[in-house]
Design a protein around this ligand. Sequence first.
Ligand code: 0RA
Length: 645
Amino acid sequence: MSEEAKKGYSADSIQALEGMEHVRMRPSMYIGDVGVRGLHHLVYEVVDNSIDEALAGHCDTISVSINEDNSITVKDNGRGIPVGLHKKEGVSALEVVMTKIGAGGKFDKDSYKVSGGLHGVGVSCVNALSDHLKATVFREGKVWEQEYERGKAVYPVKSTGETDKNGTEVTFVPDRSIFKQTTEYNYDTLASRMRELAYLNKGITITLTDKRHTDEKGEFLGEVFHSQEGLKEFIRFLDGARTPIIGHVISMEGEKNDIPVEVAMIYNDSYAENLHSYVNNINTHEGGTHLSGFRRGLTSTLKKYADNSGLLDKLKFEIAGDDFREGLTAIVSVKVAEPQFEGQTKTKLGNREVTSAVSQAVSEMLEDYLEENPSDAKTIIQKVILAAQARHAAKKAREMVQRKTVMSIGGLPGKLSDCSETDPAECEVFLVEGDSAGGTAKQGRDRNFQAILPLRGKILNVEKAMQHKVFENEEIRNIFTALGVTIGTEEDSKALNLTKLRYHKVVIMCDADVDGSHIATLILTFFFRYMKELIEQGYVYIAAPPLYLVKKGAKKQYAWNDDQRDVIMKEFGDGSKIQRYKGLGEMNAEQLWDTTMNPEYRTMRQVTIDSMSEADRVFSMLMGDEVPPRREFIEKNAVYANIDA
Ligand code: 0RA
């Protein structure tokens, strides 16, 4: 804005205007990004306001609709945003909440604001990034309304009728000029967040309706999320595909040093550790002080119990912290008044005081459970001992992997066809199913920057294998050495070292059929369990080979789905022929390059993890024991279900 223009405004309104304009200028600073993730964040931000109203005890029902035009409506039955005059600003409080950055709820000092989107920026930020937004308030017998365009009020708050209800309704249309990639909402993404919120805030009913689609009966798609038992139920949902080894979900809910703490955990017969932590309803991917507190409480309590029980008497080696967490699924949720978030993605809790609060809570909870359930206690300790033994075996196997890395010529597996470029940022590696497709890919690639690592058939299902088996597996060792990734340090046996990562694009390339997607899922499961940061940092991609080649005379076009195929056939007219690619092997090197490997034409999907808990659940289901849900799921969704790419 020019100095000239500024003079027309009062100091305060300049600030407000600049705040909203700043959001539009630098949206990523407020909502993370302007891609799929940021688009969905808009919804979370609005819903969080309603959750706050519910946590303050004034609201129990929230409804979210994806409307036909991809606009979103969020409605709650809370007190309604106040509409009276805001003395300082000289306009309605509603207008202040909607158009001033950082104003949301602040004038209600009594309310204990605990939820809050990842960035906790408030609904005004959503308004700034919406082409159009309409707020409707039901309060004190009247309906009030105000509309905005790109964050600016179109008219002053007005009363449009009478009502016996109370609550707030917000409908917004995301601004296409900001969300250039897409403004289309994904039902599953919203559903998994609403489900998570319902578990994290028991008693609240959250309905999600997708008005873009109807079922056979003409009804909208949708779900109602409501949890009576909170985290306890969340654990059962997450671990549904695993087999528990103890009788109950162990859980507690209470306050420690004024910090509300909720914990739930169970042990299953797998070898995976699944810890999920939340602060003010935000998934803290990077953990932090609350998770340290959980680990500390768990380790000290189980250690003490095991020592006293005499079960460890014959053990020849030390039990490590890790050993107590094999086969453990746990959720820790705390509410912190002034959370300090640290880490690369600002999802690591820094508040020191939280560690001891959670540690104490966990100790008390576990002591009680072990006391009251001695046979479960014994089962847990025996599992811990087995984990310790396996860890020793795994350590040896891992040392072998690392020795190989250093010793073999060039440190690389023989099957890898490397590229000539050495700057990792420029390099890609394709993990290809089978030697024959590997051969085609090797011929088709641009060897300057594309490397090929063929994998033999089905790789190990790490979901069901003990750690040392994973590290002994040849294909998996090849992946580690080819990528230049090492695992395990003195302090942390699972710490990943990506500093020598050799490729910034790791592309899974499998056949576009059920077997291919199964193999892709196996590889993804391996990455998810053993190289999660590789996914989190955006290095993992899935190649998308075409399904069909449509030909007529000299005309040729590829199709990636049935709709595309039909459109092309129509275009080509009578006499067009279809070739269906059953596998990569049916394509020649040139075709593979043209369709799937050439950066100019290919469509690759970057693998991202939207919801850690949902990813964990899906992987355990896909790769676990129960075959029927897995088969059905794979056939319906291939690998893309919760992997939003
Ligand atoms: C501040 C004060 C009061 C309500 C709210 C904020 C409020 C905000 C939102 C956002 C979505 N739904 C909401 N519901 C309520 C009420 C103060 C009072 O009535 O005394």
